[in-house]
Ligand binder design. Structure first.
Ligand SMILES: Cc1cc2nc3c(=O)[nH]c(=O)nc-3n(C[C@H](O)[C@H](O)[C@H](O)COP(=O)(O)OP(=O)(O)OC[C@H]3O[C@@H](n4cnc5c(N)ncnc54)[C@H](O)[C@@H]3O)c2cc1C
Ligand code: FES
Ligand code: FES
Length: 1274
């Protein structure tokens, strides 16, 4: 057999020689089957956008039932899909056959904003429910496979929890609708049978029971692909083909851990070798090494009923935290262990667990040639040409105590920073230690067991302070010897201290209750595990008399998005002759390019061209430097490096190839010679001290200073960068046209793409069309950075006269493209006894990256004093350059950075004076401009039971040494900046009175289209269903400004009003004549009367309505002092939205913005290599945005009641960005918790300590200043 056959949505497909080893199921679904509803971003199983469902006969046999599971299609080689039945988003519901309840519910509950992640969420949930019914809590926990950057998760969780078995009856959606089991259509009969038949089927299968079918394919890229079903065939193939370049393929998910650009020559798919799967018990539990982690968990669940294997429950708890369900559905024990074998630095949880319990591995060296090795020996074993056969788990009686843990940067779906497992065999009195195993991961590539500490402990009484301290001393010395730097993972200091604390934590958890003083008892609790079901509450009032304006309605495109029918730039079908492009990046930080030699790349068959800056016929720039944007851009930024390298991984060329993967591979083959290579300055704190790197851009002197300076406080506030993390990456698909180029670019600014393409290609603007339907998230990244990539794509079209698709990988985005501006503020403030500012010198330094563009100062100039009295403020803003990528706007640019520095300063004043920070804030409030803040604070104080909770936090902190809480307010005044220019066109169709709007804004999840339609429906008094909002392009809406700054929705709304007013004016005489006829009749009459039914309006500076927005947030957090982890227990957030045009959409904007702010302050950490400035956190594996279990457990969002802006805006205010600023509230609350821990460590709460943002687990832990001597039982 030389072909693989499978079905997608019931349709048969077959592949063979024509596909490559790197062709994934995702590629096939999108490019060959042209089912573009399945999306992608990371291509490493880290984001969930690509999830589809599948079932395969082998699983059916093993599980004794028909199982449908979710899988990341980006992980699966298409040639692995033999006999698979795949269901994509199109297969579960669509406009023809009707939408699936999951699609409809997610859309109805506003669980979609940009919608790019939505098909992945639906398919993840669909697969979960197909596998088994789940409770609401299980649903929340089991969706860690997916990321949404827009919504903040709350509405997604609310929508999906309705499918929970324990959902309240009034919201529960009948899961019969989901047809959970395809065979029976009944859930009850689908539950896993517990009879002996299953047990038999779970046994390892002998080779006689398996019909042998070998598939052998010589792939397009000359790899040999085999699919075998018998162990013996693996060795036969080794004999035949040799073992110098091969890989066994199980789940193929190892490349999600360690990226793999090209496969070795020989590939053997062993995922259906049943001899490697299942389990049996002799004395040990023997589990086939090829068993998937999902099945391993089921086996553990079952076998743990046996008292000698009860410990497997502990392992299962740990396995819950390994990867996520779709990875576990195909990833295997052997695969995981072999990744560890090849890359010992991998913090494998499987290796850790097996080391902890003393498991052994059976290695097959050839037919019948077996060797059993303990875990530590495995890493030293040469595995070439060998197969991991099974894992032997020993029986352990109740004298064995086991505890494991895994500390991650967020609650779920991350590799461990440090993981640990402790096993103690105690005497019958639970005292003396007979045997002990102490295993760690994440400390060094070689250190896996603390053997010296183990031998110290054996023979001692375990739960005494003396043994504990003695063991900690030995362990500390042992760790000193072995823990090594492992960037971008946290520092040696943290990982070492954490290891000590985890050792103590484990003992607290295992100790008999009476042995532990209640003051220390909280140390035993795993913080994230203690989290229950989350909840949200949204509170706003609406005025039905203004409907559909002010009506809470779902987004117009919601269902299309959830069904995968909404189109994004890369969903444009492939054209014949299409090529792929990829940037070549510099590999030095600073220096000069002497020579670029692309010959090696061009030698590769399928590589078509290489272009450098010299190939650009016109201006080598992508930033529109123009009189009109002078406050925004000053300088041209190069599309491709012109010879002087500005930062590590600057784009220097473009490789063009026949496939995306080939372009990526070839981009690494371009050889570049450099000279004058220098060390870069990459840290704003260093750069701000170098005068030549700083430009004073603005000084606003105080209007008055106070006389009563009782205390002078100084300090520095620094927060680092944030990657936008759009789920749709930067992409451009361009086609040659009759006259020039048509570009489908994922840009927030089509005019900029058109303009800069024109300038760089010396082509008339009129020959270039740029089209955008919608964006899959943007947050500022796609304002100008998309232009660079679009210009590069258009250059390829111009040179080759062929269609080009330029999909910029997440890794390139993170390396080559700038991010939110890191910033650092120096200040000196004089205050009176109540903390009222008498004077303040406030100097903020914004890290622009290598060039000063995208003005930060402009956006900060009215924001720096937030809602406080501006009088005493002496404000200075500097632009600083570092040798990093040019940084770019990111949600609430300039405003956020200034506001949060101010909020931190207010907090410091309160701490140093020993005052309540709330009182200090109120004492400084600008009551003339920001009186709303007082009103909103009063409401939150009352609604949230602030006073009682304040007391209970203090009580909690007194009573618990190892868990601490914080409860903090943050205030916000947010003022939109600037004016913008947009076109709006509106036409009414004569026959049915339906309406089309095209406006210059870009829909990216903010609901701009829905609000435009609502306003139009309000004016014309027609149902919203009669209105369509079309894609925009540079023909219909030329010369428009970028969509951003939160203002575009408001401004396009004004444009829609103007258009509606024009049409109504033209219809008015008819209306007067015809009386109360229907809209349709009126429109038909207008058509007959030759009345123009199309209107055009522009919105410009004259329409600017920049109205203050206010916010108050109260956040409560809890930290684990022993790990640095945190949980957000509750957030009460009130924002002044005016009279919201669409409260549902605005709630979504607020929640999403706030969670993005939470990420900024907690888990999103960029790490650079200090000597080179290379970005080390360039993948989902290393850069962590919040997920569903990182949001507040109790998230209450409300609008300020009775607020109204202006009639032109229907009373509404801008809403897209402000709440991002209030994420600082989490940092403030964390500080209180950390301070409480420091107090217990003997440090006065009035001593301020700086923590640079983000407040990672590492920083939280280290700032608690815990000493190992404080670890005690009693
Ligand atoms: C998003 C993501 C998150 C993850 N999170 C975690 C985590 O939190 N903790 C953790 O421990 N792991 C984590 N992993 C790793 C995951 O567990 C492994 O990717 C998985 O178990 C590998 O199994 P596989 O079957 O897909 O291996 P494959 O990718 O198919 O193979 C990996 C390697 O194993 C070799 N191999 C496979 N089977 C055998 C065999 N029987 N004998 C000899 N060699 C063999 C192959 O030749 C190959 O070199 C994560 C992975 C991803 C993608
Ligand atoms: S693209 Fe597959 S998980 Fe991100
Ligand atoms: S709606 Fe989830 S990423 Fe945009």
């Amino acid at each position: 057999m030389d072909r693989v056959t499978f079905k997608i949505n019931g349709v048969k497909h077959s592949v063979g020689h024509e596909v490559s080893s790197t062709t994934t199921l995702l590629d096939y679904i999108r490019k060959v089957a042209e089912l573009r509803g399945t999306k992608y971003m990371c291509k490493e199983a880290g984001c969930g956008a690509c999830i589809v469902s599948y079932s395969r006969p082998s699983d059916d046999a093993a599980f004794g039932r028909h199982i449908v599971q979710g899988v990341n299609s980006c992980m699966v080689s298409i040639t692995s899909c033999q006999d698979w039945e795949i269901t994509t988003i199109e297969g579960i519901g669509n406009r023809l056959k009707g939408y699936h309840p999951l699609q409809v519910t997610l859309a109805k509950d506003n669980g979609t904003q940009c919608g790019y992640c939505s098909p992945g969420w639906v398919m993840a949930m669909y697969s979960l429910l197909k596998t088994k019914p789940r409770t609401m809590l299980e649903i929340e926990k089991d969706l860690s496979s997916n990321i949404c950057r827009c919504t903040g998760y709350r509405p997604i969780m609310d929508a999906f929890k309705k499918f929970g078995t324990d959902a309240p009856p009034n919201v529960m959606i009948d899961i019969e609708d989901l047809k959970i089991c395809e065979k029976t259509n009944k859930i009850s009969k689908c539950n896993r049978p517990t009879n002996s038949k299953l047990d038999k089927e779970w046994y390892l299968v002998s080779k006689d029971e398996v019909p042998n079918k070998i598939i052998q394919i010589e792939l397009h890229d000359h790899r040999l692909w085999y699919r075998v079903e018998l162990l013996i065939d693996i060795f036969n193939i080794f004999m035949e083909q040799g073992t110098n370049s091969y890989m066994l393929i199980n789940g193929n998910t190892g490349k999600g851990v360690v990226p793999l650009l090209e496969y070795p020559r020989l590939l053997i798919d062993i995922s259906c070798v049943w001899e490697l799967q299942g389990y049996y018990i002799d004395q040990n539990l023997v589990v086939g090494a090829g068993t998937t982690l999902t099945k391993v968990m089921e086996i553990f669940d079952k076998v743990s009923e046996d008292e000698y294997f009860a410990y497997l429950r502990v392992l299962n708890e740990h396995l819950e935290l390994v990867a996520h369900i779709p990875v576990k559905n195909i990833g295997t024990l052997a695969g995981n262990l072999m990744v560890k074998h090849h890359h010992p630095e991998f913090q494998s949880d499987i290796f850790l667990l097996l080391s902890t319990v003393g498991a052994e591995l059976t290695i097959l060296q050839g037919p019948g040639l077996m060797e059993v090795v303990p875990m530590h020996q495995f890493l030293q074993t040469d595995m070439t040409g060998k197969v991991l056969l099974n894992v032997l788990f020993p029986p352990l009686n109740s004298q064995y105590k086991i505890w494991t843990d895994k500390i991650m940067p967020r609650a779920q779906n991350s590799h461990a920073y440090v993981n640990c497992g402790f096993l103690y065999k105690l005497d019958r009195k639970n005292k003396e230690v007979f045997e002990c195993r102490i295993a760690y991961g994440g400390l060094s590539p070689t250190f896996t067991r603390a053997v010296r500490t183990e031998s110290y402990i054996v023979g001692r009484e375990l739960f005494t302070n003396e043994t504990l301290q003695g063991a900690l001393e030995v362990l500390s010395k042992e760790l000193d010897l072995f823990v090594v730097p492992m960037p971008p993972n946290p520092s040696v200091e943290y990982r070492k201290q954490l290891s000590l604390a985890l050792f103590y934590k484990g003992l607290l958890a295992l100790a008999p209750k009476h042995k532990v003083n209640s003051y220390y008892a909280s140390g035993a609790i795993k913080l994230h595990e203690s989290r229950g079901l989350s909840r949200g509450q949204q509170d706003f009032e609406t005025d039905p008399t203004t409907y559909p304006v002010n009506q809470p309605i779902p987004k117009l495109e919601g269902v299309l998005q959830c069904a995968g029918e909404a189109k994004y730039s890369e969903d444009v079908p492939t054209l014949p002759g299409e090529v792929y492009a990829c940037f070549v990046l510099t590999t030095v930080p600073l220096g000069k390019i002497v020579k670029i030699d692309p010959s090696k790349a061009l030698e590769r068959p399928g590589v078509i061209a290489f272009y450098s800056a010299a190939d650009i016929p016109g201006l080598n720039s992508f930033t529109p430097v123009d009189e009109k944007y002078i406050t925004l851009f000053k300088l041209n930024e190069e599309v491709l490096c012109n010879g002087d390298v500005k930062y590590y991984n600057q784009p220097l060329g473009i490789v063009v190839a026949e496939t995306e993967r080939l372009a990526q591979i070839a981009s690494k083959l371009v050889h570049v010679t450099y000279t004058d290579v220098k060390k870069p300055v990459i840290d704003i704190k260093e750069a701000k001290k170098i005068p030549s790197r700083n430009t004073l851009t603005l000084n606003i002197p105080p209007t008055r200073v106070g006389p009563n300076v009782q205390r002078v406080i100084t300090g520095e506030k620094t927060v680092y960068s944030q990657y936008h993390f759009c789920m749709e990456t930067l992409v451009c698909v361009s086609h040659p046209t009759e006259e020039g180029i048509r570009a489908y670019s994922s840009t927030q600014w089509i005019d900029s793409v058109q303009n800069m393409t024109s300038q760089s290609l010396k082509m008339d603007m009129s020959k270039i069309d740029v089209i955008i339907r919608r964006l899959g998230g943007a947050y500022g990244l796609k304002i100008t950075r998309a232009t660079q990539q679009a210009v590069a794509c258009n250059l390829v079209v111009y040179k080759l006269n062929r269609p080009c698709r330029f999909i910029q990988s997440m890794r390139t985005n993170m390396r080559a493209v700038g991010k939110r501006l890191p910033n650092s503020t120096d200040f000196e403030v004089g205050v009176n006894d109540q903390g009222v500012i008498q004077y303040i010198n406030f100097s903020i330094y914004a890290d622009n990256g290598y060039i000063y563009n995208e003005n930060f100062t402009y956006y900060g100039m009215d924001a720096y004093y937030n809602c406080y009295d501006r009088g005493p403020w002496n404000y200075t803003s500097y632009n600083t350059v570092t040798d990093t990528a040019s940084n770019t706007w990111c949600r609430s640019p300039g405003t956020l950075e200034n506001v949060v520095a101010t909020e931190m300063i207010l907090e410091q004043i309160a701490y140093e004076l020993g005052l309540d920070p709330l009182n200090v804030r109120l004492a400084n409030l600008d009551r003339a401009r920001s009186s709303a803040v007082q009103e909103m604070t009063d409401i939150i104080i009352e609604r949230s039971n602030y006073r009682e909770r304040r007391e209970s936090v203090e009580k909690f902190n007194k009573e618990n040494r190892w868990k601490k809480r914080g409860l903090r307010f943050t205030f916000l005044r947010w003022s939109p900046v600037g004016n913008q220019y947009y076109d709006v066109n509106l036409c009414v169709y004569h026959e049915d009175g339906t309406v089309c709007i095209s406006h210059g804004g870009v829909e990216m999840g903010q609901g701009i289209n829905t609000k435009a339609a609502q306003i139009c429906a309000y004016y014309f008094k027609i149902p919203i269903e009669k209105i369509q909002v079309k894609p925009n392009d540079t023909v219909i809406t030329p010369n428009c400004f970028t969509t951003g700054g939160s203002l575009t929705t408001q401004n396009t709304g004004i444009g829609v009003q103007k258009c509606c007013e024009q049409i109504l004016l033209r219809l008015a005489p008819l209306r007067a004549r015809m009386g109360d006829v229907s809209w349709e009749v009126l429109v038909r009459a207008a058509f007959t009367a030759d009345i123009d039914l199309q209107a055009h309006a522009i919105v410009n500076a004259l329409d600017t309505e920049n109205i203050d927005v206010y916010g108050v947030t109260l956040s409560e957090v809890e930290i684990d002092v022993l790990t640095g982890e945190h949980e957000i227990k509750r957030v009460d957030l009130m924002e002044d939205t005016g009279r919201s045009t669409n409260p549902d959409i605005d709630i979504g904007q607020i929640e999403g913005a706030f969670i993005m702010g939470v990420g900024y302050w907690t888990c999103e950490e960029m790490v650079y290599d200090p000597p080179t400035g290379e970005v080390l956190t360039d993948r989902t594996w290393e850069y962590h945005v919040p997920q569903a279990r990182d949001i507040p457990q109790d998230f209450r969002v409300s609008f300020r009641k009775g607020s109204y802006s202006t009639p032109r805006l229907f009373g509404a205010k801008v809403v897209g960005e402000p709440a991002t600023c209030m994420g600082v509230g989490i940092a403030l609350a964390l500080r209180e918790a950390i301070t409480a821990a420091r107090t217990d460590s003997g440090i006065s709460s009035r001593i301020w300590y700086e923590i640079d943002g983000p407040y990672t687990v590492e920083k939280i832990y280290l700032n608690c200043a815990t000493k190992k001597e404080q670890f005690k039982f009693y």
